[in-house]
Design a protein around this ligand. Sequence first.
Ligand code: PEP
Ligand code: MN
Length: 335
Amino acid sequence: MIIVLKPNITKKEEAAVLKEIEKLGYKPHVMRGVERIVIGAIGDERTHRNLETLMTWPQVENVMPVQKRYKLVSREAHPPNTAINVRGNVIGGRKVQIMAGPCSVEGEKQLLKTAEAVAAAGATILRGGAFKPRTSPYEFQGLGEKGLKMLDKARRETGLAIITELLSEAHAELVAEYADILQIGTRNAQNFQLLITAARTGKPILLKRGLSMKIEEWLLAGEYVLSNDNCNLMFCERGIRTFERATRHTLDLNAVALVRERTHLPLIVDPSHAAGVRSLVLPLSLGSLAAGACGLIVEVHPDPAHAMSDGAQSLDFAMFEELARQVRGGVGAKA
Ligand code: PEP
Ligand code: MN
C-alpha cells in the first residue's frame, strides 16, 4: 500500500504515521518528494490489519493499493520523477548526464587521458571497470583495487564523479569506498543477494538490464534495492539478446519509454554494449534520449584498436566530442 501524506506536515506527525504503520505489521519506506512525502508500506496484506484505517488520520491525504508486483519503484508509489544527486550532478533532472570512459581501467595514463578528454567534452561522470565480468576466464579481469585507486586519482584531478562495477558481495565495502555510483552489471542483474548488499552500502546504484530479462523482472530486481532502504536507484538499458546477429545486442527502446512510464526512477541508456560497434553509438544515443532516457553511459578509449576490452564499440576522443556536442545541442544541431 502507498500512503501519501499531506503537504507541510511536521516531523512529529510523520513519525506518528510511521509508528502506526509498523504497529499494523508493515515495514514503512519513506520517499521524500519536492512537495509531498510518500510512504510505501510493505507487508502481506492478507495477514496484516488494514492500512486503510490511516485514511481517517488528519495528516494523511490518501491510501492506495499498488496492484503491480513491483511497488516502491512504481510510478503509482511516487508520481513525480525521482532525481539523484551525485556530487552535484543531478541524474533524472532536466540536464542529460553523460557518463563516459573506458570499458576497463587499464593503467593510469590511459585513464587520466580519457578522463580529461571526456570532462572537456561535457561528461560529468567517469566510467571504468576495475573488476571485469569477462565471458572467458582467460581474458583480462581488471586491475582490482589498483584500478579503483586510479579512478580516485582521476576524480581528484578532473572533478568527475566515478561509476564502477560491483561484481561480488566480497568486494562491496572496498568498491563502495571509491565509487560514487555502483554499477550492477548485466550478468548480476538478478543476483538478489548482491543487490541487497549493494543497497546497504547507501551508494547510488545503476542497475543494468540482464541479457534475457523481462521488464517486470528488471523492475522487481530494482525493488530489492528500494526495499533495502536505498532510493537512489537508476535503471540502465544496455541491449538484450535476440535472434539478431548483425549487432552485438538489440537496444530495446520500448523498454526505455515503458520504464519511464512505469517508474519514477531515472533511466540511463548504454548504447555501446547494445550496438557492439562504434558507428552506431551516436544514433542510438540520440534515439534513446528521444525515447525518454535522462542520461547515457558510453565507452571511450584513447586508442580503441588496442583496448583490452570492448575496443570495437569504444569511441575515440573525436567521436565522443561529436556525440557530446549533438547531445548538448539537440539532434542534428551544428556547433
Ligand atoms: C561494462 O559496462 O563494461 C559491462 C561489462 O557492461 P554489461 O554488464 O552491460 O555487459
Ligand atoms: Mn564494456
